[in-house]
Design a protein around this ligand. Structure first.
Ligand code: G
Ligand code: G
Ligand code: MN
Ligand code: NA
Length: 252
């Protein structure tokens, strides 16, 4: 109850935080994108896990409000700092409920337009497993967003029962390889082969590939040689509060 109360207050008082983690573009060796991640203070000097916050919001009818808040924040950040920090894209995570409510495409487009940021500089991330379950109802919305230039990323790809077939059938233009796959490639040849197949399938379908969860030099080297376009992971940088993120990118 405490966390729910804190979440409500933080949304109301607009003190809910949005942190940013950069994505390294391997071709130029520079950060060209970032992912926005929600952070709620726990009142004891730390933060609740985002996973906990999101699932609570989903169960209590708050996820649309939370989602709008993060989207508006991240878009404004992109408008104000994107160019000076050299960022071409900002990613925002969407809960599936945000896609399934009536008029969701128009609603999301309006929020993005109101922030005066070019929709081509915005990426909306949707978890693969959730998207597959609701694709019949979500496809039109995603296609509409794609037509307006918004990038759609298939998040957490390559876990469980994902099929490479999805990569040719879904209205997405970016694939994010889940860290559970990334973190097995050094020790498991089959997982490395799966990663290579995802990259190849993405190339054929003209999709950008992001590998998440790269934590060390060895993973970075192997992933880079596999043909991935972007790397996101602690090896480069952890998610950071806005001020720290700005400083970190300016000092590079
Ligand atoms: O940032 P962290 O690693 O704690 O994120 C945990 C999970 O919470 C991830 O799956 C991430 O996608 C999700 N998450 C973080 N911020 C948001 C957000 O603003 N909206 C939604 N829907 N999910 C988010
Ligand atoms: O599910 P999603 O991809 O949205 O989750 C993003 C979250 O993954 C980030 O908020 C961050 O906390 C976490 N993350 C990013 N890079 C790494 C990493 O290298 N290792 C680990 N363990 N987590 C990471
Ligand atoms: Mn994500
Ligand atoms: Na992920």
């Amino acid at each position: 109850a405490d966390i729910l109360h804190r979440l409500r207050i933080a949304i109301q008082q607009r003190t809910l935080e949005v942190w940013y983690q950069p994505l390294m573009y391997l071709e130029t060796g520079s950060y060209q994108a970032a992912e926005a991640l929600v952070r709620l203070r726990d009142g004891k000097g730390g933060y609740f896990s985002a996973f906990q916050v999101i699932s609570l919001a989903e169960r209590n009818g708050l996820v649309e409000e939370l989602g709008d808040y993060v989207l508006a924040h991240a878009c404004s950040f992109m408008r104000d700092y994107g160019e000076s920090l050299g960022l071409n894209r900002m990613s925002i995570n969407l809960s599936v409920q945000q896609l399934l409510v009536g008029n969701s495409a128009e609603h999301l487009l309006q929020l993005i337009q109101a922030s005066h940021v070019d929709p081509r500089r915005i990426t909306l991330e949707i978890t693969e497993s959730v998207l597959i379950q609701s694709i019949d109802r979500a496809a039109d919305t995603l296609e509409r967003l794609r037509r307006e230039g918004i990038n759609i990323a298939l998040d957490d790809f390559g876990v469980g029962y994902s099929s490479l077939n999805y990569l040719s059938n879904l209205p997405v233009n970016i694939v994010k390889i889940d860290r559970s796959l990334t973190q097995q490639i050094l020790t498991n040849k089959k997982q490395y082969a799966l990663l290579k197949s995802i990259v190849e399938m993405s190339r054929v379908n003209d999709l950008m590939v992001v590998a998440e969860g790269v934590e060390n030099k060895e993973e970075q080297k192997l992933i880079s040689s596999a043909g991935v376009h972007y790397i996101q992971g602690y090896y480069y940088a952890k998610p950071m509060p806005e001020e720290k993120f700005i400083k970190h990118l300016k000092e590079r």
